[in-house]
Design a binder for this molecule. Structure first.
Ligand code: ADP
Ligand code: AMP
Length: 208
């Protein structure tokens, strides 16, 4: 199973991706996580660090290269879930080419829909456990006292607003692209996490 999660920042892609990938034993591949890891290790060019910090997108070639390398690893041989990639049509085309060169294709693209007002609250109150990568929310999914919490640098109100704007502009063509390809399944991302998981699973099931 090769699937893609699309959705604005704070839509719940990472949260749902964790559940699905644990269930199906496929890797969750998040370009955002990979870029943050590279940044932490001092391996991300300063201009890209600045771009990310402001909530802009890094160049297509950078993320395409990351995906090319990551999907070649043995754990991705039987499938993977892409979280936050592709975000632009050129990225989606590069992914198609990459998969075609391996005789593979995507099974489904799940788009999580969440209203803008909710996104702000979801992203700004998001906290992640540094050690486990577990995603929490100060209001909806409070972390346990022993969690070693991190607040993402780009989860400040003004930056989140910019990221949502960037998402709307950059991905405007992406959903029609996948709709035309017959791969797009839109899922309502509002409701508790379990409810949304059930909707995601049913959308994937219908596309098999
Ligand atoms: P994304 O990966 O799309 O940016 P996340 O999965 O990190 O989004 O979720 C953003 C925030 O919203 C996190 O704090 C998460 O705990 C919270 N969250 C995710 N899904 C839900 C939900 N269904 N209801 C309430 N809060 C949620
Ligand atoms: P995310 O964790 O998906 O919210 O991504 C965090 C940041 O990483 C984004 O705001 C971008 O700066 C960068 N990024 C992640 N994925 C991509 C992508 N597919 N294309 C361009 N930039 C990306």
């Amino acid at each position: 199973m090769r699937l893609v999660f699309v959705g604005p920042p704070g839509a719940g892609k990472g949260t749902q991706a964790k559940v699905i990938t644990e269930k199906w034993k496929i890797p969750q591949i998040s370009t955002g996580d990979m870029l943050r890891e590279a940044k932490k290790n001092g391996k991300l060019a300063p201009e890209l660090v600045e771009k990310m910090g402001k909530g802009g997108l890094v160049p297509d070639e950078v993320v395409i290269d990351l995906i090319k390398q990551r999907t070649e690893l043995p754990d991705a041989a039987n499938g993977f879930l892409l979280d936050g990639f592709p975000r632009t049509v050129p990225q989606a085309e590069a992914l198609n080419d990459l998969l075609a060169s391996r005789g593979q294709k995507l099974n489904v693209v799940v788009a999580l829909d969440v209203a803008k007002e909710l996104l702000m609250e979801r992203a700004c109150l998001r906290r992640t456990d540094k050690r486990t990568g577990q995603i929490y929310h100060l209001k909806y999914n409070p972390p346990p006292p022993e969690a070693d919490l991190e607040h993402r640098a780009d989860d400040q109100e003004e930056t989140v607003r910019n990221r949502v704007d960037v998402y709307e502009k950059m991905t405007a063509d992406l959903l029609p692209f996948y709709e035309k390809a017959g791969l797009l399944r839109r899922v309502d991302g509002v409701g508790d996490v379990k409810e949304v998981t059930a909707r995601v699973l049913s959308a994937i099931e219908q596309s098999k």
